[in-house]
Design a protein around this ligand. Sequence first.
Ligand SMILES: [Zn+2]
Length: 328
Amino acid sequence: MYFNTGDNTTDMNRETLFGFGKFLQEYDVLVSFKIDEDDRKPLILERNSFVCRFCGKQKPEVTFKKRAHALPEFIGNGSLFTHCECDDCNGWFGRELEVHFASFMHLNHTMFGVRGKKGYPKFKTTDGTEIVNDGGMIDWQGIPMEQLNHDEKTRTLTATQKVPSFIPANVFKALVKMALTIMPAAQLLTFADTMSWLNAPLNDPRFTTSKLWLAYGAIGSSDRFPHIGAALLKRKKLTDLELVPMIFRLNYGNFQFDVPVPMFHQGKMIPIKQIPYLPNLFDLRDGYGTTHLRLIDFSFTAPVKDHSMSFELVDLDGTGTVETIAVN
Ligand SMILES: [Zn+2]
């Protein structure tokens, strides 16, 4: 499919604007944050509340000494914090949930140079050397030939790397945790069971979960989201709970996640039947299809080990420049 960049008269853009309007008829933007990766001026949610919204405890039963990041530091957040997450919960989320999200995104962060806590991630080549990507696109010419596969017919270059093991259900939970962190306190009661599910071990018999679908997308390598964006979108009328009452949108670097915040009824998760798509700024500029979207089910609770992820670099115009990127 072909899109006219910057041409607002194409049907594709009319379709995008129509989709955008339709989405906003059904959903309200509850909260929205834009975080500049270089911004070091802190914004603190629930400032000085010091009541943990995850375990319900407060001082002096628990401490609030650590700076709790509302969104993980490894996606580039250095300025959005919260005072409603105790040190115990903070440590548990980091060890049990966020580490899985970081592993799942490992190759992506390497290829696109998303700066984390320990600086920029490295691409480990089979001969033991490391390629550092300090922002922007990785220098793929430094990757040894045996880790690259070039398909001349489709003009696709694929780079493959083993990623650290991760548990898909915990990747999903890590995203839900971010949603519950930025959620206004007034909405939390509706998600009390979701909170209990988040804190419970995987396969806890008190909860029956359905498939954990989310929409995951990447935009082309020549663009990058100008900010880390995190928003919660709430359905205006709750006539049918299967129509996703709350969506968490996260974007950073070249990546976008649309995560339905799961709801439970008597311990049973209400199944996710569809995920409405809210166009992003690149869809609005260039039309639908700018973001390569995929629906993924993250409900598996067993660790995915020795998983190789590959990264496709597609040379669309045949001039040798990398135009589009898809992650598998
Ligand atoms: Zn806590």
